[in-house]
Design a protein around this ligand. Structure first.
Ligand SMILES: Cc1ncc(COP(=O)(O)O)c(C=O)c1O
Length: 360
């Protein structure tokens, strides 16, 4: 018998995961390919995190600590907040979904930028909410237009800062003006997955809003600079009451024990963090220089990836793929003439540029 699938689920366009690297290599008959497609840390995880994880491997027959006690304590001390202000997730992705499921009713509106992290739109539709999509301005969130787009049905706003896939960030002044214009019964999500890479000096201190008791959720992750994307762990800051409601909806053991122990160690490993930043900074300068030599326009980034206007992105993706260099084409993001490349290790960046040149 045919199931009656809800319309908003039937119409969902699934997120397309890439094929496993080994499978791609087998299909294309290539070896030693490099992946510059998912904004992962090319250095890998902190050795301290690996050591801590190895130590507890024999204990994985036990359920993880459902309260994330030690990790929340560590994060709270690091950012000078209280454990009650912290929510842990199976990647920050889970907290995005948790926020919508906790605070919204079907039919409520969520304001978000057009070319931003695609998961916002998927989560919005799967909760049968309505996305109000606002175009970017100069590849950047247009916070004035986003504030204009708010109606009495609006209950949430997503701001990816820095923005994936453009790498741009909004600054303190714009965020302050935006917050000043917003009704206080709207939850603002600042998704700061790339926070640790940001270099601009006027990047907003959004934890301030949490401390002031505003309806703000700040999202961070261990998937990017901390190099633990495969473990799935992210965290969010919000005032106690919001965290309390999200904890009612959250699955009791959503964050596994290896992720929790690894994250505690990773957060304390300052040299891994600094080293990762340095590799990114140098890689960025190298790539900017090469793009300039090639006469390619790029968008200055505050993250660990660069949006480059390189021509037909789908074609370039396929051509580079055959050379074992995996990047992102952005036709799905309505940037058909662009590619997004994750900043890699020096050798990887060089190999990407060589492969790109062959195309030009
Ligand atoms: C803007 C943004 N937010 C969130 C995430 C998800 O990260 P996580 O691995 O913590 O779920 C990503 C990952 O690509 C991202 O680009």
């Amino acid at each position: 018998m045919e199931l009656k699938i809800p319309e908003h689920i039937k119409n969902l366009i699934p997120y397309e995961p890439g094929k496993p690297l080994e499978e791609l290599e087998r299909e294309l008959g290539i070896k030693n390919s490099i992946k510059l497609a998912s904004n992962e840390n090319p250095i890998g995880p902190s050795p301290e995190a690996l050591r801590a994880i190895e130590k507890i491997l024999p204990n994985i027959h036990r359920y993880p600590d459902g309260s994330g006690f030690y990790l929340k304590k560590t994060i709270a001390e690091y950012f000078n907040l209280r454990p009650q202000n912290i929510i842990l997730g199976n990647g920050s992705n889970e907290i995005i979904e948790l926020s919508v499921r906790t605070f919204l009713n079907p039919g409520d509106e969520i304001v978000m930028a057009d070319q931003s992290f695609i998961v916002y739109q998927i989560v919005t539709q799967s909760a049968n909410c309505k996305g109000i999509i606002v175009p970017l301005r100069d590849f950047t969130h247009d916070l004035d237009r986003m504030a204009d787009a708010v109606t009495e049905k609006t209950r949430m706003v997503f701001i990816s800062n820095p923005n994936n896939p453009t790498g741009t960030a909004v600054g303190t002044k714009d965020v302050e003006r935006f917050m000043g214009r917003l009704r206080d019964d709207i939850v603002v999500i600042f998704d700061e997955a790339y926070y640790e890479y940001v270099e601009r000096k006027d990047f907003p201190d959004t934890l301030k809003y949490v401390r002031e008791g505003k309806n703000v959720i700040v999202l961070r992750t261990f998937s990017k600079i901390y190099g633990m994307a495969g473990l799935r762990i992210g965290y969010g800051f919000a005032r106690d009451k919001l965290v309390g409601y999200m904890n009612r909806v959250r699955q009791p053991f959503n964050v596994n024990s290896l992720a929790q122990i690894g994250a505690v160690a990773a957060l304390k490993d300052k040299s891994h963090l600094e080293g990762s930043r340095e590799v990114n900074r140098k890689g960025k300068e190298y790539l900017y220089g090469e793009f300039k030599k090639l006469g390619l326009n790029y968008v200055s980034t505050e993250a660990n990836f660069i949006l480059v206007k390189a021509g037909n992105g789908r074609k370039i993706y396929n051509r580079l793929l055959k050379k074992g260099v995996i990047i992102r084409s952005l036709d799905g993001y309505k940037f058909p003439d662009y590619i997004r490349v994750t900043i890699g290790l020096p050798d990887e960046n060089k190999r990407f540029i060589e492969a790109l040149k062959e195309k030009i």
